[in-house]
Ligand binder design. Structure first.
Ligand SMILES: Cc1ncc(C[n+]2csc(CCOP(=O)(O)OP(=O)(O)O)c2C)c(N)n1
Ligand SMILES: [Mg+2]
Length: 649
């Protein structure tokens, strides 16, 4: 059975003239034991909610996963798809892509992401088990990770967290082959990995990764364990290839005709390319049906479960009836109250209106709870062995947090939101990028969003961060200007089930700008906050904490007889999606001035060739916030002066 995986991996990589045969050949035995006897799944329904999750963290070994999906008889991964490995529109893409086939649990390839995502899946399982009970939620998360996965820092964060939380349903099979691209891992990797994981609170074990009995004993041991488990599988990369086995030469390129033929001969594989003999295929398909009975019993339990509707709703990602009613009431109240508060505080108010009524929302912070204001009164945090809460103290592990949040969203039944400072988005970027690529509803509350944070200085003051996040396709970056916009952006982020959102929020207080709250005006990404009193002579376009400066500048300009409009642009991504006529109407034909306490990169898109920009030209400085805005020339006076200059030519 394992040789069938090897043969398919060899053939597909030869045919594509690219790919990674070594890892699937090395881990074929471990994967066979896992899919043949331990993984709880039913090939007939790869989305069965109580299935075990399998994450191929070492995504370069994608042919291992595709071979397993094919061999176990999953629809949509026929031999034609395998033949088209790495070709346009094939679900068998270079690296596993979430969404290409229902059996692919997450996108992997950037090393370390998979194992950290799996930690989030394992955590989600525990939290949903606490909510719905063991009869509906009782599954494991299995990971295959490579040397590179365990070298990446993110895996250290994730492993530390998993150990702390004692996520005992998590088992990592480490492809301990001693080889990476540059050659022997000894070139750069010499710690005792098992001791390291033991120190994190994991149970560890070492096996011969080609010995099915040892593998099965270790997997059974993992299932009984009360800790997360790491099984170091000693393997030979490219197992079976006569000259390339055990060398980096088998890692990432086709074996080549002669070596491929010799490998098959050595394995005793005599069948033509892409052919698996019927009897062997039948054994694999039987393995694919192993969980069918378990799934049927589960379906029966679900059918008579008192929380059936609620479970199905949460897993489907549908929001509860009336989920935004309290938020609408908050918006209306704030239109009256006109609170002068920081948008991070406004965000906390929005969460207080949202979280109690949306039980799948799970908050958190990377050790900045009191600064990010992501906690909600009365909502307890989870702790080791106690998963009934809905808040995660992630510790100072931004990258691990963001990847684990992806795993929670992918698992289903959870809408994760969390917080850190905006400037540390760089610590999370690879995971945010994957959330965008995978179209996952993950919400990042990123506070202290400009020089407005003041005294902490340039290390903490994002200047290029907004531009860099806006560059990620399918990420909605919201930068609301006051309490009402903040509530509107929260509503949009929670509703958005096709990708991640960032809320960039201020530390400093901001005046209320909106006196009405009927329509969610942020929904179109940007809108005219204040129209000019006559024919527009200038349009000020701003986001977040600079919108009130634009409003102050408008008052002065209007007093001078210069008809001025102010456009608030809280979400570029949504604004860009509006039809062009409407966008042109909002932006107007008069000269435009953009204002944002960040670098101007990207603003030319809205300002046109003759626009002006007021913002940051470089890093910030350490001083009280108001002084910094003056120092860097981001003031109402500066906007007025720029407008006059622009008009007087
Ligand atoms: C974050 C990241 N950096 C670099 C790479 C490129 N890369 C792909 S596999 C690999 C290392 C291969 O070694 P190992 O993880 O041990 O896999 P094996 O060769 O044993 O299959 C590297 C550096 C990557 N995919 N992700
Ligand atoms: Mg390796």
């Amino acid at each position: 059975m394992a040789d069938a995986i090897r043969a398919l991996a060899i053939d597909a990589v030869e045919q594509a003239k690219s790919g990674h045969p070594g890892m699937p050949m090395g881990m074929a035995d471990a994967a066979t034991v896992l899919f043949g006897g331990f993984l709880k799944y039913d090939a007939a329904d790869p989305r069965w909610p109580d299935r075990d999750r399998f994450v191929l963290s070492a995504g370069h070994g994608s042919m291992l996963l595709y071979a397993l999906l094919h061999l176990t008889g999953q629809a949509g991964m026929g031999i034609e798809e395998i033949r088209r490995f790495r070709q346009l529109h094939s679900p068998a893409a270079g690296h596993p892509e979430y969404g290409e086939h229902p059996g692919i649990e997450t996108t992997t390839g950037p090393l370390g992401q998979g194992i950290a995502t799996a930690v989030g899946m394992a955590l989600a399982e525990r939290m949903l088990a606490a909510r719905f009970g063991k009869s509906l939620v009782d599954h494991r998360t299995w990971v295959i990770a490579s040397d590179g996965d365990l070298q990446e820092g993110i895996s250290h964060e994730a492993a530390s967290l998993a150990g702390h939380l004692a996520l005992d349903r998590l088992c990592v099979l480490w492809d301990d082959n001693g080889i990476s691209i540059d050659g022997d891992t000894a070139l750069s990797f010499s710690e005792d990995v098992l001791k390291r994981f033991a120190a994190y609170g994991w149970a560890t074990r070492r096996v011969d990764g080609h010995d099915h009995e040892q593998l099965a004993a270790a997997m059974a041991w993992a299932q009984r364990n009360r800790k997360p488990t790491l099984i170091a599988c000693r393997t030979i990369i490219g197992f079976g290839a006569p000259t390339k086995a055990g060398t980096a030469g088998s890692h990432g390129s086709p074996l080549g005709g002669a070596e491929a033929a010799a490998a098959k001969a050595a394995l005793g594989w005599t069948h033509p390319p892409f052919e698996v003999p019927g009897e062997l295929k039948a054994r694999w398909e039987e393995a694919g049906r192993r969980g069918a009975g378990t799934r049927r019993s589960w379906l029966k339990r679900l059918a008579r479960h008192p929380q059936k509707e609620e479970f199905e709703r949460a897993i489907a990602g549908k929001l509860p009836e009336g989920w935004h009613e309290k938020l609408a009431a908050l918006r209306a109240a704030q239109a009256e109250e006109k609170p002068k508060i920081a948008t991070r505080i406004a965000s906390q108010r929005a969460l207080e209106a949202l979280v109690p009524g949306v039980p799948e929302m799970v908050g958190g912070s990377a050790d900045l709870t009191g600064s990010n204001n992501t906690n909600v009164k009365g909502i307890p945090a989870i702790a080791p062995g106690s998963f009934g809460g809905r808040f995660v103290h992630w510790g100072v592990r931004e990258h691990g947090m963001a990847a684990a949040m992806n795993g929670m969203a992918l698992h289903g039944g959870i809408i994760p939101y969390s917080g850190t400072f905006l400037v540390f988005a760089d610590y999370m970027r690879p995971a945010i990028r994957l959330a965008a690529l995978m179209r996952q509803r993950v919400i990042h509350v990123l506070t202290h969003d400009s020089i407005g944070l003041g005294e902490d200085g340039p290390t903490h003051q994002p200047v290029e961060t907004l531009a860099s996040l806006r560059a990620i396709p399918n990420l909605c970056v919201f930068r609301p200007a006051d309490a009402i916009e903040t509530a509107e952006c929260w509503e949009l982020a929670v509703k958005r089930n096709e990708g991640p959102s960032v809320l960039a929020l201020t530390r400093q207080n901001l005046p209320a700008l909106r006196g009405e709250a009927g329509e969610n005006r942020c929904a179109r990404g940007g809108y005219v906050l204040a129209e000019a009193s006559g024919t527009r002579r200038v349009t000020l376009v701003a986001t977040g904490s600079e919108v009130h400066l634009a409003m102050a500048a408008r008052a002065t300009l209007e007093a001078e007889g210069i008809a001025t409009a102010v456009v608030s642009l809280p979400c570029w991504e949504l604004f860009a999606r509006q039809d062009e006529t409407w966008r042109a109407e909002v932006l107007g034909t008069a000269p435009r001035i953009g204002i944002e306490a960040a670098i101007g990169m990207g603003w030319e898109r809205w300002l046109g060739a003759d626009g002006a920009f007021i913002g940051m030209g470089g890093f910030g400085a350490s001083a009280p916030a108001e002084e910094l805005f003056r120092h860097f020339g981001i003031t109402a006076e500066a906007i007025v002066a720029a407008a006059r200059k622009r008009l007087n030519g």
